[in-house]
Design a protein around this ligand. Structure first.
Ligand code: 5GP
Ligand code: MN
Length: 327
């Protein structure tokens, strides 16, 4: 059982010392995985494997199509070997709470949990918490650890790390794209990161089904609150009629957010018996706080939640919490 006792954050040196001590690692990524959760775990895993450690990658969901190009992605699984040493370190990447890993992990002792993250409101659920809220991505936190470790940053590792940064900055478009982020990205490219491949695979390789689904979601989008709030829904019927699946919904909310005058965009994903909500802000409204009011979380400008109730109630409650945050 992971302790809910709040712990302090560890320094880079403390985490590096722990990484050196342990022999086996399980990198854990979150459900509905993205390029940051997966790329950060793969980058650290590749570096640890290179210095002779045993590394496994746990992810409840399959690797999304657009991330299968990542090195070591073929080793990611929800199955783990039965003979893991008792001092295996479980490295949660990009999760504000361990529940984001899903339901298939064994019960863990907190002294075997390292929590690497950059979300606001991280629960500090590990014995080792490396939570850097000012970093643009969890991969950037891993980059600090790799430098502390003196690890060789191979082109494969650099590609994984560049994927984390490009994912969480929206291809260097979001406001978290600081000069430091661009400098780190330039260094990763110099180290051999395949920027063209990341751009193509992550941002420019959409299935026709995804484009049809985007069209359907944009067609039914609503503009409310005097043009400040744009939202839409994707449901089972729309997925079926476009021959699309959950992975094809990824970029829809950004288009809603990009409408002139829009402060907040929401996409309600009502399929497979769940109502998941993606929220994006243009800057004035903190959607992390709004999502947290309904049990979700994320960042000030990008957050999400799973709504416990009907789609209609979810649409009403999300509008309510956004208004409470100033919409
Ligand atoms: P997305 O809309 O792309 O699914 O998520 C946007 C951001 O919100 C990401 O940083 C993601 O980690 C976070 N997020 C999404 N869903 C949840 C959730 O159910 N709980 C928490 N704590 N964070 C979430
Ligand atoms: Mn992230």
């Amino acid at each position: 059982m992971i302790s809910s006792e709040v712990r302090r954050d560890a320094s880079t040196a403390e985490i590096v010392a722990e990484l050196r001590t342990r022999r086996a690692f399980v990198m854990v990524s979150h459900v509905n995985p993205d390029g940051d959760t997966l790329g950060s775990g793969l980058a650290l895993g590749l570096a640890l494997r290179a210095i002779g450690k045993r590394v496994y990658y746990f992810q409840q969901d399959p690797v999304p199509r657009n991330l299968r190009f990542l090195p070591d992605a073929d080793r990611v699984s929800r199955e783990l070997p039965p003979d893991l040493p008792s001092d295996t370190l479980w490295v949660f990447c990009d999760m504000s709470s361990p529940s984001r890993a899903g339901e298939f992990l064994p019960s863990l002792q907190s002294q075997n949990v390292l929590n690497i993250d950059h979300h606001l409101g991280n629960q500090r659920f590990g014995a080792y918490n490396y939570v850097l809220e000012s970093e643009c991505s969890t991969g950037s936190c891993v980059l600090r650890l790799l430098r502390g470790l003196g690890a060789a940053i191979t082109p494969e590792i650099a590609t994984c790390l560049l994927t984390t940064i490009m994912t969480d900055t929206g291809g260097f478009m979001h406001s978290n794209t600081t000069a430091d982020v661009l400098r780190a990205s330039a260094e990763l490219v110099e180290l051999g990161a395949d920027k063209a491949r990341v751009t193509k695979e992550v941002f420019a390789n959409k299935r026709f089904a995804a484009i049809k689904l985007l069209g359907a979601a944009l067609d039914s989008a609503r503009l409310e609150e005097c043009g400040r709030y744009c939202w839409s829904v994707v449901d089972d019927a729309m997925l079926a009629s476009c021959d699309a699946d959950a992975e094809d919904t990824e970029e829809i909310v950004q288009h809603l957010r990009s409408v002139e005058g829009v402060e907040v965009a929401a996409l309600f994903k009502a399929y497979r018996g769940e109502v998941r909500v993606s929220l994006r802000s243009s800057g004035t409204i903190n959607v992390q706080v709004a999502a947290a009011r309904l049990g979700g979380g994320g960042h000030a400008l990008a957050s999400g939640l799973t709504y416990r109730g009907s789609l209609e109630d979810g649409i009403r409650d999300v509008r309510r919490v956004l208004r409470e945050e100033g919409l």
